[in-house]
Design a binder for this molecule. Structure first.
Ligand code: PLP
Length: 224
């Protein structure tokens, strides 16, 4: 299967209110350009160095999303051009992004990552931590970040019902957050959930941004 035909078949499963993030990590520029030629513009990367290299060498109208775990000392490298940071997994990181964005007079779109999986290894706020953070209200002073929604990853399992229920938990949390803290902000509207193996489930459960890598580009040489 070619990248082009992979994208065409994925598009048939994505309704118009959901956007596709082509996860191009570990894939070369030529592969990204193949996806680009089909009309895709949103690409997701999980390593800062790799993202910066690709940003410099690929077409300027690509919309870059950062989807990985971001280290505070690398924020400044992506802040000048990144469109959305999916994985903001602590309040401290949000504060740092705000600080680096303020230095260059930008406002950075962010999604807060919530830990919904049963695995220990995945990053993110617990639902309690998230609600506590919103409740304290301090975040409202961070004028150089815009919280656009939530992001999460389901457990790596064959159990579809478990995955569905984790996505549902995230959607419930999203709705609750929207109602309590962002009633008037139209920009709080993104729910990033779903990858190659579970994006259709995620869409059924309310995803607005699906992050699809291997179903587009084939299996990666090595894993993140
Ligand atoms: C790698 C990655 C993806 C894409 O995974 P696939 O299974 O290849 O579609 C999505 N989200 C995040 C956070 C990733 O690191």
């Amino acid at each position: 299967m070619s990248i082009q035909s992979n994208i065409q078949s994925i598009r048939q499963h994505i309704p118009s209110h959901v956007r596709l993030v082509c996860v191009s990590k570990f894939n070369p520029n030529e592969s990204i350009l193949e996806a680009y030629e089909t009309g895709e513009r949103i690409f997701g990367e999980s390593k800062v160095q790799e993202l910066c290299g690709k940003y410099e060498t690929l077409p300027q109208d690509i919309v870059w999303h950062f989807i990985g775990h971001l280290q505070t000392n690398k924020i400044r490298l992506i802040v000048p051009f990144v469109s959305l940071i999916h994985g903001v997994d602590s309040y401290k990181l949000l504060v740092e992004i705000n600080k680096q964005a303020a230095k260059i007079g930008k406002t950075i779109n962010c999604l807060l990552q919530v830990h919904i999986a049963q695995e220990e290894t995945k990053f993110g706020f617990s639902p309690e931590e998230l609600l506590y953070m919103f409740e304290t209200g301090e975040w409202k002073q961070l004028e150089n970040v815009r919280i656009c929604g939530l992001m999460g990853m389901a457990t790596f399992t064959e159990n579809r019902e478990q995955i569905r229920s984790e996505f549902r938990t995230l959607k419930t949390l999203f709705d609750r957050t929207k109602q309590s803290y962002f009633t008037t902000e139209a920009t709080f509207c993104e729910l990033s959930m779903g990858m190659s193996d579970d994006y259709q489930l995620a869409i059924e459960e309310g995803s607005t941004l699906v992050r699809v890598g291997s179903s587009i580009f084939g299996r990666r040489m090595y894993n993140p």
